[in-house]
Write a protein that binds this ligand. Structure first.
Ligand code: ADP
Ligand code: MG
Length: 338
């Protein structure tokens, strides 16, 4: 049973000392948080600035000590663990990563292996492997200094450093926030690949809803005081917001998000139509947005649908709209399956 979750918050709370707030009586940054992060999943905390996301994350590696409740990592209350030992098992990536400016990329990545006393050969091999993993050719990048890198490259080094000892848990606080939109998209995709490859449990904080729905297995939408408004799959959060606060957060651009999250199913096909000979071909399981793209690109209203390389029917623009309505219908969970 302990294997089912990697991080557990049990009525965790944090009230910062009154003196550190300008007005004296600080309300709880996190009031009463109970939440599990499942082993191997990417759980994204999303919510407005100041709602308690970073505080929540930092309770896991004890950069913040809870003032109430407790936090468990792999079954053990973090308050009872040696903090250095704990942090070796938990990678931490923040915006503007905080690389050591006078150390090379390779030396930065090797920070924890050095602390652990790894020998040179092992450290060098691991560093090269990690740089490859994050898409930085070691022979080009290992000897550079942080100021010789772009913002995106620096974030990659930060991710490599955090993964150096293959920690089971990775905490990421607005990790791609300082990267331009195009670079950010690429980093998100590459990070998703790395995470799948390693199976790391990830808790990621962002205020960017698009980043949340793109990266998450599950999204926790937070409001002030670390209150979880909704904990669900990205599609559920976008299609069926559980509260006005969630609706407000995901409301703008909702259709575009649904097009990216919804998939073409066999139920969406039009049994009464056959595809014209020159119709574009789409596939069962394609994103609805890609189906719409294929239709728009060819300036047509129907496409042939294949599954496992075999034609199985036709989809029209009307059916894409029907599929969108199906996604937001109250029951709806079967709709996700391709
Ligand atoms: P988020 O990451 O969602 O923007 P934070 O967890 O950083 O939110 O902050 C939650 C609340 O706690 C905010 O009101 C913030 O001002 C307050 N806070 C955060 N860190 C401290 C601190 N070190 N001392 C006092 N108050 C803090
Ligand atoms: Mg924050």
């Amino acid at each position: 049973m302990d294997d089912e979750w990697a991080i557990r918050f049990e009525h965790a709370a944090k009230t910062y000392a009154a003196g550190s707030s300008a007005r004296g009586d600080a309300p709880a940054a996190v009031d009463d948080l109970t939440l599990d992060v499942r082993t191997g999943e990417v759980l994204v905390l999303v919510g407005p600035s100041g709602c308690g996301k970073s505080t929540t994350l930092r309770m896991v590696n004890r950069l913040v000590e809870p003032t109430g409740g407790r936090v468990l990592v792999e079954g053990r209350d973090v308050a009872t663990l040696d903090v250095v030992e704990l942090r070796r098992r938990i990678g931490y990536v923040i915006q503007n990563v905080g690389l050591f400016p006078h150390r090379t990329v390779a030396q930065n990545v090797a920070t924890v292996p050095r602390l652990l006393g790894w020998d040179r050969t092992r450290t060098r091999a691991r560093t090269a492997e990690l740089l490859e993993l994050v898409g930085l050719a070691p022979d080009r990048y290992a000897r550079r200094y942080p100021h010789e890198l772009s913002g995106g490259e620096r974030q990659r080094v930060g991710v490599a450093r955090a993964l150096a000892t293959d920690p089971p848990v990775l905490l990421m606080d607005e990790p791609f926030g300082a990267v331009d939109p195009v670079g950010r998209r690429r980093l998100q995709d590459e990070f998703a690949r790395i995470q799948r490859e390693l199976g790391t449990t990830v808790m990621l904080v962002t205020h960017d809803v698009d980043e949340a729905v793109r990266m998450a297995d599950r999204v926790a939408v937070m409001s002030a005081g670390g209150h979880v408004e909704q904990l669900a799959t990205p599609l559920d959060v976008v299609a069926r917001p559980a509260s006005p606060a969630v609706a407000d957060l995901v409301g703008r651009g909702r259709t575009a998000r649904l097009l990216a999250l919804g998939r073409l199913t066999r139920d969406d096909l039009d049994p009464a139509t056959t595809a014209p000979p020159d119709a574009p071909v789409v596939h069962v399981g394609d994103e609805l947005g890609d189906v719409l793209d294929a239709l728009a690109r060819d300036g047509v209203t129907s496409a042939a649908v294949h599954a496992d390389g075999v034609p199985v029917g036709v989809v029209t623009t009307t059916q894409v709209l029907t599929a969108l309505r199906r996604l937001v219908a109250p029951s709806g969970s079967a709709a996700v399956d391709a």
